[in-house]
Design a binder for this molecule. Structure first.
Ligand SMILES: Nc1ncnc2c1ncn2[C@@H]1O[C@H](COP(=O)(O)OP(=O)(O)OP(=O)(O)O)[C@@H](O)[C@H]1O
Length: 298
């Protein structure tokens, strides 16, 4: 089997004059938990629809492992999908739906599924038409996590979940990773992506603006450094590459932002009598805002 669980090459989708996805290429190695981020209208759902064979690309191609994404009969044996708006058969109970999905999908671990039903606090005896949005989402999540499909594709899967269930979701993603499943997770919940993903792709106006591990992303963005010292302030900070916004904040404290390797700044600090040093790395939300900040994404 191919070492890539998902591969997009020059994937493009135009709707009339709107280019929803523009020449997108990326690869998700098997076993990775991959975050797919972007503001509203960036092209995430359109990309997912092409990866699932639900929309035909205007240009480019996508593969699910070795299978062309358009060959849905084969590709969908390798994946489980949780859509953003979960629609269930209204006249079936949760249990009946889980049974149906286990018997038609790519193979289900029934014991694990029953454990997930407990952990997600689902009452599966109810008719699904009585379920809230969050409960419909939980049925779709339980059905997907319990499959042995090597790839799980999830589009905004936790938007309707409360914080306790969000925690279960994170645990279930970690368990999927331990089993070697690949998870492709489109999300607006940046703390969640930060907590569970190995790498993230950031999309803007249909184009890939960044693809990197969370650690690499932090390295590309500003960290905030606060230094306490006695005696004279550390000299020459302003002139150090990567150092910006040097600011004396009260007696014996200086703050500045830092991009890149900290070694030159640390050498300058060594000339002062430093009593405390704090480096706060940006979180994913701050990084995201730096990409999208003041600008209109479209
Ligand atoms: N069927 C369609 N016909 C015309 N334009 C479309 C269609 N589907 C999507 N678009 C346009 O393509 C662009 C990308 O939309 P898409 O739904 O993929 O974004 P998204 O990143 O998933 O957004 P969100 O976070 O709001 O779900 C938008 O400008 C949207 O208006």
């Amino acid at each position: 089997m191919n070492a890539s669980a998902l591969r997009a090459v020059n994937l493009t989708k135009k709707y009339g004059r709107v280019t929803a996805v523009d020449d997108l290429s990326f690869e998700v190695p098997a076993g990775e938990v991959f975050g797919f981020l972007g503001p509203n209208g960036a092209g995430k759902s359109t990309t997912i629809r092409m990866l699932l064979g639900l929309a035909r690309p205007t240009g480019g191609r996508a593969w699910v492992f070795d299978t062309d994404a358009a060959d849905v009969a084969v590709a969908h044996r390798l994946l489980a999908y949780v859509p953003a708006d979960v629609a269930l058969w209204p006249q079936l109970t949760g249990a009946e739906i889980l049974h149906l999905q286990a018997s038609t999908g790519p193979g289900t671990d029934l014991a694990y599924r029953d454990e997930l039903v407990e952990r997600f606090a689902l009452d599966t005896a109810k008719l699904s038409r009585t379920y809230s949005t969050g409960n419909r989402q939980k049925i779709a999540l339980v059905a997907a996590f319990a499959t042995r499909a090597p790839l799980l594709v999830m589009d905004e899967p936790t938007s309707g979940l409360d914080p306790l269930m969000e925690r279960e979701f994170r645990t279930a993603v970690a368990e999927a990773r331990e089993r070697g499943q690949t998870v492709f997770l489109s999300s607006h919940q940046l703390a969640e992506v930060e907590a569970v993903c190995d790498r993230v792709a950031i999309l803007r106006a249909g184009r890939l603006v960044e693809i990197a591990s969370i650690g690499q992303l932090r390295g590309l963005h500003r960290a905030e450094v606060t230094v306490s010292y006695t005696g004279a302030p550390p000299p020459g900070l302003d002139a150090i590459p990567g150092v910006d916004g040097v600011e004396l904040i009260g007696a014996g404290r200086v703050r500045f932002s830092l991009i890149g390797a900290p070694a030159p700044a640390l050498r300058a600090l060594a000339a002062a009598e430093v009593t405390a040093l704090a480096i706060r790395e940006p979180n994913l939300e701050e990084i995201f805002l730096e990409y999208y900040g003041a600008q209109d994404p479209r």
